[in-house]
Write a protein that binds this ligand. Structure first.
Ligand SMILES: Nc1ncnc2c1ncn2[C@@H]1O[C@H](COP(=O)(O)OP(=O)(O)OP(=O)(O)O)[C@@H](O)[C@H]1O
Ligand SMILES: [Mg+2]
Length: 281
């Protein structure tokens, strides 16, 4: 596999060069399911024998908990990657050890708050992660960026580095307004940062859906209609289940915690889309 910069994407497609899929998971709402989606998609894609790198861009460092990892030293986090003296030794650590080494994580944590401040002052601030991935390519077929909810410098470095985006939204009234604001942010920054091409929005993912709630059913009808007018897809919803919280507390994806749980299948349409992209690339 040859790894190339997002800026070379169009040229490379014309030449038929293969590419790594880099998926940014963003949303402007806390608790919408970004980390949950990141972890479950990574696990599911790895079942197809593709390697996945999970990158935690969040100072909360949720992936440490969700992947059953120990809290990292600052030198073993994404902060170290974004330093001037980084020489390509990606601090990737294998997730769910007794399962496979197909998923590895570059952990986040509080040091990312300092990193965010430094990014603002850095001449190539918004492009630093993209620069690292170009200069020191990773061999994984899929790289997933788990972003913080605040649309600041740490989300911008994911925006410039990713090829595709997924946007989880909780099924609640404010999500529709929030979705419109997020799209404004996306178009503004893609234009401002001169991304060419813009990372493709694979779709919105309604999360924590409870079909017994009338409000949820109503929103699940309204959201796709609104997005469709902007030619943006909506994936089928991920159902609400307390088992997601239990699984993450154990540091496992639901697939490993409750292999027969019906919610495991809710990820299938997104997994299929990603597999298609990986194979195309
Ligand atoms: N479908 C679901 N049903 C029930 N609980 C869920 C579901 N999806 C996620 N959760 C739980 O909701 C909480 C928030 O999810 P998660 O941490 O993935 O959101 P996030 O968008 O990453 O949040 P943050 O903005 O804080 O990073 C977690 O406790 C998670 O286990
Ligand atoms: Mg999170």
């Amino acid at each position: 596999m040859i790894h190339i910069s997002i800026y070379e994407k169009r040229a490379s497609l014309e030449k038929g060069v293969t590419m790594q899929v880099r998926l940014g998971i963003i949303s402007n709402a806390g608790g919408s399911g970004k980390s949950t989606l990141a972890v479950h998609l990574a696990y599911a894609i790895a079942q197809y024998k593709y390697k996945v790198a999970l990158m935690d861009l969040d100072p909360q460092g949720s992936l440490t908990l969700f992947c059953g990892l120990s809290p990292p030293e600052p030198i073993d986090t994404l902060s170290a990657v974004l330093k001037e003296d980084f020489t390509g030794n990606w601090p990737l650590i294998s997730c769910w050890k007794d399962n496979t080494d197909y998923v590895s994580a570059c952990q986040g944590g509080m040091t990312l708050t300092q990193t965010a401040d430094q990014l603002v002052l850095h001449k190539r601030g918004a492009y630093l992660l993209e620069d690292c991935l170009s200069d020191y390519p990773l061999s994984q077929e899929l790289v997933i960026f788990d972003c913080p909810a605040t649309l600041g410098p740490l989300v911008l470095i994911a925006l410039t580095a990713c090829t595709h985006l997924l946007i989880p939204v909780q099924v609640e009234p404010k999500s529709i307004q929030g979705a419109a604001r997020l799209l404004e942010w996306y178009y503004f920054h893609c234009r401002y940062l001169r991304l060419n091409p813009y990372p493709e929005i694979l779709g919105f993912v309604p999360n924590q859906y409870n079909k017994n709630r009338a409000a949820h059913r109503q929103i699940l009808t309204a959201l796709p209609q609104q997005l469709e007018s902007m030619k943006i897809s909506t994936f089928p919803a991920i159902r609400e289940s307390a088992e997601f919280v239990n699984a993450s507390g154990m540091g496992l994806p639901l697939h490993l915690y409750r292999p027969a749980h019906r919610a495991n299948k809710d990820f299938t349409p997104i997994v299929s889309s990603l597999l298609k992209l990986i194979k195309e690339n």
